[in-house]
Design a binder for this molecule. Structure first.
Ligand SMILES: [Zn+2]
Length: 421
C-alpha cells in the first residue's frame, strides 16, 4: 500500500484541495507538461508530481498492484483534472526522494514547444588544448587563494539563513538576491544580472567578466550550480547544504578569485550562474539556455557543480585529498577533457567517472540547446556513497567536508583557464 505522509495528505485532501503559499500557476491542480528521460511527454497535475516524489518508495520492480495503488492515491486529483498517470511517471517519480536518484527525474517543459528543437542532439565539443599545468603559471597564485573557509561561509549562509530555498516557497527569491549582492560587491553592478522565471518567483543569477578583447558578443565560458533546494517538507525546511549550496559555493568562490586575480580570457567572456528551480525539472536553466540560444549566443563550454561537499572516507579514496566524479554523460568528449583537467591540476584527488542520467542536472538544459557541457560531483546518482541526507532535512552544513571539497574550486579554476586558452 502506498503510504503518503500525513502532511501531504492534509494538503492533498484536507478540504478543498487548497494550495499552500505558492506562486500563481503552480496550484495543486495546475497541469505541468513533463518530459521523461525516454523523451515521453505527459501532462500531469502538480500535486501528483510532488506527491509521487515525496511518497515512501514502493518495492521495485513495481507490480500491477503497486501501480494501481499509486494511481488510486491520486484518483481524486486525476478525476478532477481529467488526467491519467502513466507507468513511466510512477516508475520515475514514485518514492523519488527516498530512492536517492538525482534531480527531479524529468524536465518540466510547460510553455515550451518540445518539438521546436532537436532535443538531446549531441553537441560538438570544442577542440580544447590538452590540459597541461606547466603552460599555465598564471593559475598558481589563483590556486593559492583557494580556501575551505570561504566555501563554508557561503554554504552556511545558504543553508541556514533561509529555512528552505524551494523554488515555490514564499521567500524563494531571497537566496538569489543574496548571491546577487555578493556578485555585485566583487564584479560591480553592471556585471550582474537577474534572469526572471515567468511562472515562479526565483530568478537565475548571472555574474560576468568580459573578454579582454572587449567584444560583448564573445563566446562565453559558463560554470554554475543550482540555488534551489528540496526535501520531504520542501515548503517548510530544506537546507540543501550539499544539494546544491555546495555547488553554488564553488561557483561563487571561483568568480571571486578570478576577479580578485584580475583574470580575463582574451577572446571569451566568463559567467558564473546560479540556477533557479532545478528541482522542479530544470526550470531556470532551461529558460536561460533557451534565451541564450534564441539570442544567438555562443558558449565555449558549460560546467555544472552538483553536490560536492559530502566527502566520506571510502576504501578507494584512502590517502587521496578528495573524491571528484566527472559524470560521463551526456558528452563523452567534454567528460574526457574534464578528467584530464582533474588529473593535471588535482592529481591528489580520486578521479571517478559514473553516469549521470538524462536531465540529472542543469547542464542538460544547455546540452539540449546543442551547447558543450560537463558536470562534476563528489558522487553520482544512486551511488552507495551519495550523501545519506540527500533531499532530506538532514542535508546540513555540519556534515560536509570543506577541506576536501575545496578541490572542486581548484578543478573549476583550472578548467576555466584551460578552456580560455
Ligand atoms: Zn542538485
Amino acid at each position: 500500500m502506498l503510504n503518503i505522509p500525513s502532511l501531504l495528505l492534509t494538503f492533498l485532501f484536507g478540504g478543498a484541495l487548497r494550495a499552500p503559499v505558492q506562486q500563481p500557476g503552480f496550484d495543486e491542480l495546475s497541469i505541468r507538461t513533463i518530459q521523461f528521460p525516454s523523451y515521453h511527454i505527459e501532462n500531469l497535475p502538480f500535486a501528483v508530481i510532488e506527491g509521487l516524489q515525496i511518497s515512501p518508495a514502493l518495492p521495485r520492480p513495481l507490480s500491477s498492484d503497486s501501480l494501481n495503488a499509486a494511481r488510486a492515491a491520486f484518483a481524486n486529483i486525476t478525476s478532477l483534472t481529467g488526467t491519467s498517470i502513466s507507468d513511466e511517471a510512477i516508475e520515475e517519480l514514485q518514492g523519488r526522494y527516498e530512492r536517492r536518484l538525482w534531480g527531479a527525474g524529468y524536465k518540466d517543459i510547460t510553455g515550451f514547444d518540445a518539438h521546436a528543437r532537436p532535443l538531446g542532439k549531441l553537441s560538438a565539443a570544442p577542440d580544447y588544448p590538452t590540459p597541461d599545468a606547466s603552460k599555465h603559471p598564471e593559475l598558481k597564485p589563483m590556486l593559492a587563494k583557494v580556501n575551505a573557509s570561504e566555501m563554508k561561509e557561503y554554504v552556511s549562509h545558504l543553508s541556514t539563513a533561509y529555512a528552505t530555498r524551494y523554488y515555490l516557497n514564499a521567500n524563494a527569491s531571497a537566496p538569489a538576491f543574496w548571491i546577487q549582492s555578493q556578485f555585485v560587491s566583487w564584479l560591480g553592478i553592471e556585471q550582474v544580472k537577474l534572469a526572471n522565471n515567468s511562472d515562479f518567483d526565483q530568478p537565475n543569477v548571472i555574474g560576468r567578466i568580459e573578454a579582454k578583447s572587449g567584444d560583448v558578443n564573445a563566446p562565453i565560458i559558463i560554470f554554475g550550480g543550482h540555488l534551489d533546494s528540496t526535501s520531504q517538507t520542501p515548503y517548510v525546511k530544506a537546507p540543501g547544504a550539499d544539494d546544491d549550496a555546495s555547488g553554488v559555493a564553488v561557483m561563487m568562490t571561483i568568480m571571486r578569485i578570478l576577479k580578485d586575480s584580475n583574470f580575463q580570457a582574451e577572446t571569451y567572456a566568463i559567467e558564473g550562474h546560479a540556477y533557479a528551480g532545478e528541482e522542479g525539472g530544470l526550470l531556470g536553466s532551461q529558460t536561460l539556455a533557451r534565451s541564450y540560444k534564441d539570442a544567438g549566443k555562443e558558449i565555449r563550454g558549460m560546467l555544472q557543480f552538483e553536490m560536492v561537499g559530502w566527502q566520506p572516507d571510502t576504501p578507494t579514496n584512502l590517502g587521496k585529498s578528495s573524491t571528484i566524479s566527472v559524470l560521463s554523460d551526456p558528452d563523452i568528449t567534454m567528460s574526457t577533457h574534464m578528467r584530464k583537467v582533474v588529473a593535471a591540476y588535482v592529481p591528489t584527488a580520486e578521479n571517478r567517472n559514473p553516469e549521470c542520467g538524462r536531465s540529472c542536472s542543469d547542464h542538460y538544459s544547455f546540452h539540449d540547446e546543442g551547447y558543450p557541457v560537463v558536470c562534476i560531483a563528489s558522487y553520482g546518482p544512486n551511488d552507495s556513497n551519495l550523501n545519506p541526507g540527500y533531499h532530506t532535512t538532514n542535508d546540513t552544513v555540519d556534515k560536509l567536508n570543506f577541506e576536501r571539497s575545496a578541490d572542486f574550486v581548484k578543478a573549476g579554476l583550472a578548467w576555466v583557464v584551460e578552456v580560455a586558452a
